[in-house]
Design a protein around this ligand. Structure first.
Ligand SMILES: [Mn+2]
Length: 260
């Protein structure tokens, strides 16, 4: 007879500065897996909140959100430019808020944690905040509980120009670097209609063809991801692979539990 050791992993994504719940996210688990989007730039529920709400104020930010939601990106940009002229150096002001948020978020994050970047992250800030027990992975594999977990971070290019969007070629390289794994962990989903459509925003978010092709080729047990906050479907199956959106942690405050 063989001893079976069960490892419990709590998996979260799209934290978006949900600091209180984050501090509890590792409860009863052997480790936390975080699939990115730690920052809160734009709070659609509370336009005075988040980095843009803090800098622009609720009224202007409401208008900014309205224009972007209506795909009027040039008008949104023109409106923002006007405000930046008044406020001062855009980059400095945003970076100051990013630093403030990351400090609180990384402070609250339980360990041990295996983590990758979302499209609403600023990877260049992470070395300043990374603490003991945190493993940052992108295009890399780690063994947990005897299984191989592969991580691919970031988002793909969109008209929204979110903070960390990489080209399809760069993303493909990170996927190719993995080789076969048991659990594929990414911020964005594989490119499948039901899991990339957001029913509240009423649009498709970007999914990855590279991830879908990887899944078809290697058939990992799980593909875990986040990114789509209100998906049409939160799970789907590709052959032997169970594809799971682990949920919008800012809203749910609950991790997805994976026992291996
Ligand atoms: Mn997100």
């Amino acid at each position: 007879m063989r001893n079976v050791i069960v490892v419990r992993l709590n998996v979260i994504s799209d934290v978006h500065a949900q600091i209180e719940a984050l501090a509890q996210a590792g409860k009863n688990a052997d480790a936390l897996i975080c699939l990115g989007d730690l920052l809160l730039y734009t709070d659609y529920e509370d336009p005075g909140n988040g980095i843009m709400g803090t800098l622009f104020g609720p009224e202007l930010n409401t208008e900014f959100i309205r224009l972007r939601t209506a795909n009027q990106f040039d008008d949104a940009r023109a409106l923002a430019m006007q405000k930046w002229d008044e406020l001062g150096n855009r980059e400095e002001l945003i970076n100051r808020e990013v630093n403030k948020q990351y400090e609180k978020i990384f402070d609250a994050m339980p360990t041990p944690t295996y983590i990758t970047y979302g499209n609403v992250d600023r990877p260049e800030f992470w070395p300043n905040f990374k603490k003991e027990g945190m493993t940052v992975l992108d295009g890399q594999v780690v063994e947990i509980g005897g299984l191989k977990f592969g991580f691919v971070g970031g988002g793909l290019k969109t008209p929204y120009r979110t903070p960390y969007e990489i080209t399809d070629e760069e993303f493909q390289k990170n996927v190719d670097a993995l080789g076969p794994v048991d659990v594929l962990c990414s911020h964005i989903p594989p490119l499948i209609a039901d899991i990339t459509f957001d029913v509240v925003a009423r649009r498709f978010e970007r999914g990855s063809l590279a991830l879908l092709e990887y899944i078809k080729k290697y058939q990992p047990k799980y593909s875990l991801f986040g990114h789509v906050h209100q998906p049409l479907a939160s799970r789907t199956r590709v052959g032997k692979t169970e594809c799971v959106n682990v949920g919008h942690f800012r809203a749910t405050k609950r991790p997805f539990v994976l026992e291996v």
